[in-house]
Design a protein around this ligand. Structure first.
Ligand SMILES: [Zn+2]
Length: 154
C-alpha cells in the first residue's frame, strides 16, 4: 500500500515520498521529514527538475554554504514551505472568522502572524476576552494554541 499525503503544494492527495529526501540526524533531517509529511512525490520531483535549472541558471554552487542556503530558500518557496505557507498567514490582511478552542467565534482582520501569536484588528463587537490588547488601538493578539480555526470570512 502506498502512503499518500495531502500535499501543500498541489493541494491533492497523492503518493508520499518513500523516504525523507534528507538523511535523519543531519542538519536537514527535520526538513526532510517535514517534506515527506507535507509534499507529494510528484511535486518533489517537479522541484528537483526545477532545482537543476536553478543551479544551472543561477550558477549555484551547492557545495558552498551560501549556495546551499539559497537553494534551500528557493526549495521552501517552491514547495510552499516558507513562512508564507503558514495556512493562517495566508489570510493576512483579510477578514477572517476565528474559532477559539473554547468554542467562541468572532470576525476580525488578521494583521500579524508570528511563531506563537496571531494578531487581529477591527473586531466586530469589541476585543473579546482571551485576547491581549496590543500597542495599536483596536488590535489584539492571541496565542496560536488558543485558536482552533482561522478561515476567510465569507
Ligand atoms: Zn503535490
Amino acid at each position: 500500500m502506498t502512503t499518500t499525503v495531502k500535499c501543500i503544494k498541489c493541494g491533492e492527495e497523492k503518493p508520499a515520498l518513500a523516504a525523507p529526501p534528507f538523511r535523519a540526524g543531519t542538519k536537514l533531517g527535520p526538513l526532510g521529514e517535514e517534506i515527506q509529511q507535507k509534499i507529494c512525490s510528484p511535486c518533489y520531483k517537479d522541484w528537483i527538475a526545477m532545482s537543476v535549472k536553478l543551479v544551472n541558471e543561477l550558477r549555484l554552487d551547492t557545495t558552498d554554504p551560501r549556495g546551499q542556503e539559497l537553494w534551500l530558500k528557493q526549495m521552501k518557496i517552491f514547495l510552499n514551505l516558507d513562512e508564507s505557507s503558514d495556512p493562517w498567514a495566508r489570510n493576512l490582511d483579510k477578514r477572517v472568522v476565528v474559532e477559539t478552542v473554547d468554542g467562541r467565534t468572532l470576525t476580525a482582520t488578521l494583521i500579524g502572524a508570528d511563531d506563537h501569536r496571531l494578531t487581529f484588528s477591527d473586531f466586530e463587537g469589541g476585543v473579546p476576552t482571551g485576547f491581549a490588547a496590543g500597542a495599536n488601538k483596536g488590535a489584539a493578539s492571541i496565542a496560536r494554541d488558543a485558536l482552533k480555526t482561522v478561515e476567510p470570512a465569507a
